[in-house]
Design a protein around this ligand. Structure first.
Ligand SMILES: [Zn+2]
Length: 457
């Protein structure tokens, strides 16, 4: 790794916790040393980088990424995923515990993950553990080994090695996690509601959309909130697609339940009306819903009911995206495009870059307890930074994407906001062009990223 050079970054639009203004940001020893007036001159020996009107943001923290490595590396590996992250202005990812083999449900499996990820990390990587029916004895050891929290499902996850928790086990897990104040992440769709709905089948998006009804999310989130209240367990609700649970979340929070919630770029930007029949690159679970629902998600972001916007990057090989919504793999890959996608729609709705930074950097950093190091441009924080031209546009070309299988729901879409450069602890990690990748081979990478562990509670 090249030695860290002390650098002064100057921009007329630095997005700081107190607002966006002209400033010069001094980077030293991989951290933000000081935020100075825009016309500050660099000390002797320092490098000056003048970004003019290109905005300077804290690096994004994406707490919902499925890397699939090892075991399903042809779907996505750490080298390709972290390059995609760097290209998209994401400087920290948190890897989900499922879709890799083994899933991250034991300390041994976490060690395997870390061994694979470390040499390939372009950005910083942290890990979620998994809570499954048979690993009650592994939760505390995983917590002590540094996972950021635990993910569980209430309905089938899509892979058989990561089964869901039934209501009784969910209660048991919450009681156990509350003992050491660990965070539980829940994919909350009610299995009975899913079973009662028509099974997804065929190429019509309307048929797929009817298969997971909004009530499945509402009922499952209601159950999670009731148990969180009873067990005093911290919970985080994953990828809200339907607006139906929002009033329940707001009410629980008013009652003092420690609950946070996220949604994803595809739910905020795309709508069911946009999805052509047979276009299973748009399939994810829960699904992209209609435009009125999308408006409600934006209102919930604006009023703080939803805290975080994260990608749920969940790629697969192209052959698994069959043209039948019943059989196609459910997952959308947005790691590289989340920032421009969300900024495009946020700007159209009158939000500013500080809002986007709050949803995509500060709040996710706080979720994993790293808000003393990540999530803001402030003295003492890691110099994880993104230069974003907020007025430039790009038209998404799959060939320009770095994740391993550039199947994308965003192809051909014109987005506002172009990432020009990304720094991790002061080192420029902006990737060159996408690497040619063999179906199962790992492209070479320079491990600029570190593996992070939970530091609190
Ligand atoms: Zn996911």
């Amino acid at each position: 790794m090249p030695p860290t050079v002390e650098t002064l970054l100057r921009s007329t639009r630095v997005v700081l916790p107190e607002g966006t203004r002209p400033a010069a940001v001094a980077l030293s020893g991989g951290r933000v040393d000081a935020v100075l007036p825009h016309n500050a001159t660099p000390p002797a020996g320092w490098r000056l980088v003048d970004l003019d009107d290109t905005a300077l943001l804290p690096g994004l923290v994406d707490t919902h990424v499925h890397v699939n490595d090892p075991g399903r590396t042809p779907w996505e590996g750490f080298a390709t995923a972290t390059r995609a992250a760097a290209a998209g202005g994401v400087t920290t990812i948190v890897d989900m515990p499922l879709n890799s083999l083994p899933p991250t449900t034991t300390v041994d499996a976490l060690a395997v993950k870390r061994d694979v990820a470390g040499p390939r990390a372009v950005v910083d990587i942290a890990f979620w553990g998994g809570a499954v029916p048979d690993n009650a004895a592994d939760l505390r050891p995983l917590h002590d080994a540094g996972v950021m929290g635990f993910k569980c499902f209430l309905s089938p996850s899509g892979v058989e090695e990561f089964p869901p928790l039934d209501p009784h086990r969910l209660d048991t897990v919450m009681a156990a996690l509350a003992e050491f104040d660990a965070l539980l992440l829940v994919h909350a769709e009610d299995p009975a509601r899913l079973d009662a709905a028509p099974a997804p089948h065929g190429p019509r998006y309307a048929d797929f959309l009817a298969s997971p009804p909004p009530a499945a999310e509402r009922d499952a989130n209601a159950r999670v909130l009731d148990l969180a209240r009873a067990r005093e367990c911290r919970v985080h609700l994953l990828h809200l697609s339907a607006a139906d649970p929002l009033p329940l979340i707001a009410a629980a929070r008013r009652d003092g339940v420690r609950v946070t919630a996220e949604t994803c770029p595809h739910f905020l930007v795309l709508t069911a009306e946009d999805v052509p029949d047979g276009a299973t690159e748009f399939k994810c679970c829960p699904p992209i819903r209609d435009a009125d629902n999308r408006d409600a998600l934006w209102e919930a972001l604006a009023d703080g009911t939803i805290d975080c916007v994260v990608s749920d990057h969940s790629p697969c090989t192209a052959d698994l995206k069959t043209p039948d919504f019943g059989t196609a793999w459910g997952g959308i890959a947005s790691l590289q495009l989340g920032l421009p996608a969300v900024w495009t729609e946020a700007a159209r709705r009158g939000h500013d870059l500080a809002d986007v930074v709050r949803w995509m950097s500060a709040a996710p950093a706080a979720l994993i307890g790293l808000d003393d190091r990540k999530g803001a441009i402030a003295p003492g924080r890691d110099a994880d930074l993104v230069a974003l031209d907020p007025d430039a546009t790009l038209t998404v070309d799959p060939a320009a994407l770095h994740h391993r299988n550039p199947v994308t729901a965003w192809a051909g879409r014109t987005l506002r906001g172009v990432v020009r450069r990304t720094w991790l602890r002061g080192t420029d990690i902006t990737p060159g062009p996408p690497l040619p990748t063999a179906p199962t081979g790992e492209p070479p990478s320079r491990p600029t990223g570190r593996l992070l562990e939970r530091t609190r509670p």
